[in-house]
Design a protein around this ligand. Sequence first.
Ligand code: SF4
Ligand code: SF4
Length: 445
Amino acid sequence: MTLVDTLRTGAGSSTGEPAPERQRTPLGDPAADLRDEIALAGGMPELPDKIWFHKTAAAVIDADRCVGCGGCIAACPSRSIGVAEDGKPTLVKMCTGCSACWDYCPLAGLKTEALHAHAPGAGSATANGASAPAAPDGTAVPIELGRITSAWSVAGRANAAGVQDGGAVTALLSHLLATGFLDGAIVTRRVDAFHGEPFLATSPDEVRAAAGSVYHQSHPLQVLNEPLGKGVERIAFVGTPCQISVLRALQRFPWKYRRSSAGAVVLAIGLFCTRSFDPDALEKAVGAAGVATSEVARVDVRDGELVVRSTSTELLRRPVKEFHAASLKGCDECADFTGLGADLTVGNLASEPGRSTVLVRTEAGRDAWAAATRALDVRPLEDLTPVVRTAARDRTRAVRSLARPFDPEGPLWTSYTEHLDLYEESERSVQAPAEFRSHHFEVTC
Ligand code: SF4
Ligand code: SF4
């Protein structure tokens, strides 16, 4: 009997199979605690898939799968989740067991491929393998790229210092803030070459000061929990595809108990992403490669190479795969290279050095693009072959790595008990939760 069977009651059955008799002991769940015992004793009307934070932590963080998006922090209606000293989500006050951290985590309950396939307006979207819309050059866009209405190679007309490639995001956002199209933008600024911190920029100068990439997933969605400030009503969010997916889930499935600024996001800018890094591990790996990390001013990834620079010179250039051990393991399960849920996606693939690629996807993306093109030097981009290749590689890796089926046509969510069973045999199976993170109760008074 699987744990799903062990925990399943009639009310919790999602398959229509007859519910087996409820068992007292939730055998096989490393995160089981007193709450399960009480529920399973039959005296509590709790559903078997009511999830407390310690279970999300056990299945994602303690299983070394967390990708640092901050979705659980943003989804929690009681604001019970913060960031621990180890840089990972942790309980900062009592968990109410509302299950939101599970439901909105892209490595836990939320099946992002189904979210995009069933997105409003996805109709002819290619994410679900349906008919492909026309590409800018009139050819069909392969399924990995999603909806695209136009594609461009871009450079900012007056680029800020430190921008990456064409500086498209910095130029676009500063122009949209200067012209009043936006009141703010959630972006990530460098703390040092390896670490970043998210914040709400409300002026072009703040956007320009945050120019350049930092390959650190610093839970930017958590900023949605902070008050926006007077007069800030229309904001942009810039993030990796996993962050954009959670943002879309928060927008599509709001909850009256959750105070969130997700509804104020009128422009979601996704960044091409094949994987991100644990910043401390990356710093150590760069140091081990012979670089004095105190001299590092920036780290970039381009054309499969990790390039490390000081303020005046290049310090290291190596295939990025040599730094695989410092990357986030959860990224292996991510099939979204191009930000399928974004209004605009930006990256450097398919554009020459010094320029950025911009994919315009939605009506909101078209409006922002039309409002900002004066600040940009733009050229139509016709050959998206490198983007297609990388997106296809990414998806193949994800399908291989996921312990659950990759299923765009299936349900939007996976339950905790399904996850337990699906991941049981994998090296990313659910682990006993760290006590300091989740207040794992084993005794009671
Ligand atoms: S992957 Fe995102 S939502 Fe899931 S636990 Fe990590 S930070 Fe939270
Ligand atoms: S590879 Fe996917 S999961 Fe990892 S940081 Fe990028 S978008 Fe997020």
